[in-house]
Design a protein around this ligand. Structure first.
Ligand code: SF4
Ligand code: SF4
Length: 147
């Protein structure tokens, strides 16, 4: 490894790198993911005070019912180019969510335990949060109704 490459790697993983800790708030239920929200009866997200790191037991238990991703919200590392939603150097998924729901930013911003590392917030700020709570069931219903 050349010194230049080594420095690049150090920069990549240093605390100064904004990319080090950005998380995807539309992550799958797998061990090591963080549970940060629950889907309420009305289809909106109730955000937990603190995120909970999930383990294999949690995943196995939740696989017995409806898909865990329809009942909870999870976060995990945004893989950028490794994700098919990554377009033009940013997440295309939150842009589609905003276009779909078109909720304007509100003066009130809900508590969210992962905001400090959220890719969507880092990218779209309060506009992301205004549309985030409808990502799951409501999104599916709107998609179905538009067919
Ligand atoms: S690009 Fe968007 S959808 Fe893909 S992992 Fe990152 S935050 Fe998640
Ligand atoms: S977009 Fe806002 S509300 Fe949604 S997960 Fe990110 S910080 Fe939380």
């Amino acid at each position: 490894m050349t010194q230049e490459t080594g420095l690049s790697r150090l920069e990549m993983y240093s605390d100064k790198s904004p990319e080090k800790s950005l998380d995807c708030p539309s992550y799958v239920a797998k061990p090591g993911a963080d549970l940060f929200g629950m889907i309420s009866e009305n289809g909106k997200v109730t955000y937990l005070n603190e995120a909970i790191r999930i383990d294999k037991t949690f995943v196995e238990e939740t696989q017995k019912g409806r898909p865990a991703e329809e009942r909870f919200r999870f976060s995990g590392k945004c893989i950028q180019h490794g994700c098919h939603q990554w377009e033009d150097g940013k997440c295309g998924l939150i842009q589609k969510v905003i276009q779909l729901h078109q909720n304007p930013p509100s003066a009130f911003i809900q508590h969210c335990a992962i905001r400090h590392t959220c890719r969507w917030y880092a990218q779209e700020k309060e506009l992301a949060c205004a549309n985030c709570s409808e990502v799951f069931r409501n999104s599916e219903m709107v998609f179905l109704q538009s067919l």
